[in-house]
Design a binder for this molecule. Structure first.
Ligand code: HSE
Length: 426
């Protein structure tokens, strides 16, 4: 039976989950996979984490060099997160001939070509299933299951923290601040929640997923990013009335105008399966020209779900002698040979506050018509203290037209403010 030695760099939530699966299921993997996997070393600066997992002192390495020179280690699992020291450690492991398995989306989104070049040079594997959508096997689906397809779109909820916050706001009427506090209490959101709530985490993941979907390196700079911090209770309430649920969506499309990649809050019609993905769950919807639609759903974070993705890479690496590498023609910046567009088309929800004056609505609809925007639905709510809330839903139109129209609308007499502009994605 093939014997494989693993080192785990970082014993946080995911490292702990990975250690637990690899040790608890050692006999199961021998029986079902024909591989005997042993954790030979760990590298963790907080020794109490190793103690808590029952890892003997003899297995706790004191440096990355010690891990890299350990002949019993074939595969190095990097679950530290962030760019440094993870990048240095991964490069050292690759250069010493170890295959690397990582869950590190930021490192991968920022330095993928450089890491891959080293892996190719050393003829070792570089696996990253756990970098996107936790336990959901989206990377292998894209690499190994979709070869027959020219992928037209990838759309999903790929950040669990923001999905938890938005679900709480929608189902319990919480404010953004209350929902964030609860997410922090439950350990979903970090003390500094910026990476999740401002859409960076989803941007890293979309950059990786859309690169695989569209066979071209898509840099994070190419991804349009908006977070959820400006979503209000009113936005949620209006969405409910109109039959929409707000989600932080990651969208990649290969259109005639070019590739568009964006992360932003969007109204999803309640009949769309993505609208029913709640709490910290994730889901990804793909459209391929041969297979049609596919949807994957599951836990996007957590010790055992993300550990499941790591272990699947460890076992894959243990069972395969040849590794897959990507064949992107473009370079690290990802822009030269790829045609991107940021003139998205979508339906738009526009919420305004206006004065109750004759002709305001007709002036607004005139500006929209002049900019080639057709109104699907318009609604005026009862006046309160001289202010009339007004809601307009457009048919599909170009974002550039909406931006031009909004400039004019803001300067229209009787318009007090444009309070929300939210894309509607079906
Ligand atoms: N912070 C991420 C999320 C989990 O909330 O989805 C790991 O990517």
């Amino acid at each position: 039976m093939k014997k494989v030695g693993v080192a785990i760099l970082g014993l946080g939530v995911v490292g702990g989950g990975t250690y637990k699966i690899l040790t608890d299921k050692k006999e199961f993997f021998k029986k079902t996979q024909g591989v005997d996997v042993t954790v030979e070393a760990v590298l963790e600066k907080y020794v109490e984490r190793a103690d808590a997992l029952g890892i003997g002192k003899d297995k706790v390495a004191s440096s990355i060099e010690e891990v890299c020179s350990n002949p019993a280690v074939d595969i190095v699992v990097e679950v530290i997160g962030g760019v440094e020291p993870a990048k240095t450690f991964v490069l050292k492991a690759l250069m010493s001939g170890k295959t690397v398995v990582t869950s590190n989306k930021e490192l991968f989104a920022k330095h993928w070509p450089e890491l891959e070049e080293k892996a190719r040079k050393m003829n070792v594997g570089l696996f990253f299933e756990a970098s996107c959508v936790g336990g959901v096997p989206i990377i292998r689906t894209l690499i190994d299951g979709m070869q027959a397809n020219d992928i037209k779109s990838i759309k999903g909820i790929i950040n669990g923290t923001t999905n938890y916050i938005l679900t709480k706001m929608a189902l319990e009427g919480s404010t953004y601040e209350e929902a964030l506090k609860e997410a922090q209490r439950l350990g979903y959101a970090e003390f500094n929640p910026t990476a999740d709530v401002e859409g960076f985490d989803a941007t890293y993941k979309l950059s990786i997923l859309s690169s695989l979907a569209f066979n071209t390196k898509i840099a994070i700079e190419n991804v349009h990013r908006e977070g959820i911090t400006s979503i209000t209770k009113e936005d949620i309430a209006y969405g409910k009335e109109l039959g929409y649920t707000i989600k932080l969506l990651a969208v990649g499309k290969n259109t005639d105008k070019g590739i568009e990649v964006r992360v932003h809050p969007a109204y999803v019609p309640n009949g769309n399966p993505l609208a029913t993905v709640n709490d910290s769950f994730n889901a990804v919807h793909l459209v391929g020209d041969s297979v049609g639609e596919i949807m994957l759903y599951g836990r996007g974070a957590g010790a055992l779900p993300t550990g499941s993705a790591i272990v699947s890479d460890v076992i894959f690496a243990a069972k395969h002698q040849t590794y897959y590498y990507t064949y992107f023609k473009n370079n690290e910046k990802g822009v030269k040979e790829t045609n991107f567009t940021d003139d998205f088309t979508s339906q738009y929800f526009i919420r305004l506050s206006v004065k109750d004056l004759k002709g305001v609505l007709s002036k607004i609809s005139g500006v929209l018509a002049k900019n080639n925007i057709s109104i699907k639905e318009a609604k005026q709510v009862a006046e309160k203290e001289g202010v009339v809330p007004m809601v307009i839903v457009t048919h599909e139109c170009a974002e550039s037209s909406v931006n031009k129209a909004l400039e004019k609308i803001k300067a229209t007499a009787g318009v007090i403010s444009v309070d929300s502009v939210i894309r509607i994605e079906d």
